[in-house]
Write a protein that binds this ligand. Structure first.
Ligand SMILES: Nc1ncnc2c1ncn2[C@@H]1O[C@H](COP(=O)(O)OP(=O)(O)OP(=O)(O)O)[C@@H](O)[C@H]1O
Ligand SMILES: Nc1ncnc2c1ncn2[C@@H]1O[C@H](COP(=O)(O)OP(=O)(O)OP(=O)(O)O)[C@@H](O)[C@H]1O
Ligand SMILES: [Mg+2]
Ligand SMILES: [Mg+2]
Lengths: 261, 261
């Protein structure tokens, strides 16, 4: 059955979206069937994959409210044919407040995914969920639906400070809502080996999470940040750039690590 | 009466906290009395100002629930004696869900600030509110309590894409909850004039928001990102660095612009 991976970190701007779309693209180009669920009202993952997400589009919002099935909202990426995306529209911004008083508010995403997997003619190999920078109901839905969490950590001081909070929250979800959820993977992003700060953060992370952090790190590279303005992943925008290479390596390392579990 | 400024942008990692603490520090060092309200459960502003914010501390959470007054939770910065901070503790993470069913849920912060201003022996000149990267109830509370919004925009593609969403949200709060709220200031952060992307984003912002964006921009500078690991603002950490200089200039430009209104 598919690997369902929530990409989460409540710290903002650490590379959640960039990691989601580029790992997904790398795995899709290797022949895997990959789904990306954009769960962030900003819709950055939808933008990076070139998927329309104006307010009239049916997407993740309708899926959470049970108005549409996941199968009906998935859109295929032009650039990576094995990659499908459930777009985030502006309506998603209201979902957190709307869901608070509703029934089974934490299980909405899980029910939609389980239903999709049960009826899909070709089951996906990977389902990535791009989370917003918070630990509210949208992220809780992702942590309940997923089997594992991938945490991007930017090589900066604040990003390190927030990891304990995230670790505790995943623990709470595991205790009360989804016993399977755990942090399986940490990926260091925007690493700049020329600065002391970046090296110090990397050392800290490797010391505290030796079995979880990938050997591959993603370097800071302007090609990575240029790609979304062309509605492309960096894999599609400049496949020989240091960022594209690093994401392809990280995808392979992640797949191999899982196989050896 | 004091200028109450919400520093907000739902895009994560654009420099909200860094801008809040460094503008506040620059104004405090010029002799103004400044208050920073840390409204982000991550507590990054509290960290940068060297203010204790473990779970036992009374802070912004207690203030929102009416359990403590603002005057009783404010702590003085060691480094900048004119600067006081209401710390964010981990309890704040639950506040968004807790506040949804409560009375006057959008007015909690405003009531606490108004009460403080009414009874303070020495009124502050500035109150900055550091918002989390979302448009949920915490940020709505800030937009209701404040008289204006300062929007940091990182010189990156996604940061530009999110501005319309923020603009619309501020408009909604102005229509239904706080007629005074408006985006008064845009500050470009992490500008790297060597890259096309950065120059293009700056041009876009200056074209679309000519009267709102400050002339001063904040350059990307590793000294800025090193400062919080020493529990210091960059003004206190390396006052001659390009980042410190830029934040001092931005503070003066903001004060002068307001005076000429
Ligand atoms: N390796 C990299 N090199 C250079 N820039 C990068 C890299 N990774 C991400 N970026 C840029 O950094 C910014 C933050 O990345 P991204 O938006 O993916 O983070 P996020 O965690 O998804 O943010 P949010 O918290 O808002 O969801 C973006 O402008 C992105 O283009
Ligand atoms: N001018 C700058 N030069 C270099 N690094 C910077 C600069 N401004 C901010 N940073 C770094 O970029 C990261 C993001 O900044 P910051 O945390 O202030 O953004 P934020 O918008 O408050 O994030 P969040 O959305 O999580 O609240 C931090 O690690 C910070 O140290
Ligand atoms: Mg994102
Ligand atoms: Mg912040």
């Amino acid at each position: 059955s598919p690997r369902v991976i929530a990409v989460s970190n409540q710290k903002g701007g650490v590379g959640k979206t960039t990691t989601t779309v580029n790992l997904a693209a790398a795995l899709a180009d290797l022949g895997a069937k990959v789904v990306v669920i954009d769960l962030d009202p900003q819709g950055n993952a939808s933008t990076a994959l070139g998927i329309e997400h104006n307010a009239t589009v049916q997407g993740t919002y309708e899926m959470l409210h049970g108005a549409s099935t996941m199968g009906s909202v998935l859109r295929q990426s032009q650039q990576h044919p094995n990659l499908w995306c459930s777009p985030a529209t502006i309506n998603l911004a209201g979902a957190e407040i709307e869901l608070v008083p509703s029934q089974q508010r934490e299980q909405r995403l899980k029910r939609a995914i389980d239903e999709y997997i049960a009826q899909a003619t070709q089951r996906p190999d990977y389902i990535f969920i791009d989370c917003p920078p918070s630990l509210g109901l949208l992220t809780i839905n992702a942590l309940v639906a997923a089997g594992e969490v991938l945490v991007p950590i930017q090589a900066e001081y604040y990003a390190l400070e927030g990891v304990t909070m995230l670790w505790d929250n995943v623990g709470m979800v595991a205790q009360y809502l989804n016993p399977a959820i755990h942090i399986s993977t940490i990926l260091l992003t925007m690493v700049d080996s020329r600065t002391n700060l970046s090296r110090e953060v990397e050392n800290e992370v490797r010391t505290h999470f030796p079995d979880t952090v990938l050997t591959t790190v993603i370097p800071r590279s302007v090609r990575v940040s240029e790609a979304p303005s062309h509605q492309l992943t960096v894999i599609g925008y400049d496949n020989n750039s240091s960022g594209a290479l690093a994401y392809r390596e990280a995808a392979i390392e992640m797949a191999e690590k899982f196989a050896q579990r």
